[in-house]
Design a binder for this molecule. Structure first.
Ligand code: IMP
Ligand code: MG
Length: 177
């Protein structure tokens, strides 16, 4: 049985979305430099594609955030963060690169941690947004695509750590889980 019930964003559409986001970021940050902070693990493919669209000088750093315990179920608003940043972001223009924004708990934690380091600016770029499930005031400054509440896989997003390598985004087949 196929784990994917339906492909909702094809490889071609992802490329177009990432290109558009890159253009918007290049325009908004003209004459500036950015520190991109990639939230592992789900944002790896998005980061590497997005940074190839950027013409503004950028540095890259990583933090690891997890809120789903291996599968579909969210246990509560608790988020685990492993903060491995090596770049000093004080007075820097910082852009968080995230795979998907849902309740916003993950980004709320990350934003609180990063704001303590006094960046000049702090913005959020998310590939996917499920606004219907928001439980915080977090909004992204750049959104690739708004999607419904279904659990999705691929292009970095996992189910039980698998399927991140799929080149498209698809809805999970409930019969497989
Ligand atoms: P939030 O903290 O509720 O906003 O959830 C965001 C995090 O949950 C994302 O960074 C993803 O890692 C994970 N997540 C949310 N929705 C999905 C999904 O549909 N598929 C896979 N991971 C998801
Ligand atoms: Mg994530």
């Amino acid at each position: 049985m196929d784990i994917i019930k339906k492909v909702i964003i094809s490889e071609e559409e992802i490329a177009k979305i990432v290109k558009r986001l890159g253009n918007e970021i290049n325009e908004d940050y003209k004459g500036k430099k950015i520190v991109l902070i990639c939230l592992l693990k789900g944002s790896i493919l998005f980061l590497t594609d997005l940074m190839r669209q950027l013409t503004v000088p950028c540095k890259v750093d990583f933090m690891l955030a997890s809120s789903y315990k291996g599968g579909l179920k969210k246990f509560d608003g608790k988020v685990e963060i492993k903060d491995g940043l090596t770049i000093d972001i004080k007075d820097q223009d910082v852009l968080i690169v995230e795979d998907i924004l849902e309740s916003g708990y993950t980004l709320e934690h990350i934003v609180n941690i990063l704001n303590k380091r006094e960046p000049k600016s702090l913005k959020i770029c998310t590939l996917l947004d499920k606004p219907q499930l928001r439980a915080t005031d977090i909004q992204a400054d750049y959104v690739g695509k708004i999607i419904p509440n279904d659990f999705v896989l691929g292009y970095g997003l996992d189910y039980d750590e698998y399927y991140r390598n799929l080149p498209f985004v698809g809805i999970i087949n409930p019969d497989c889980i």
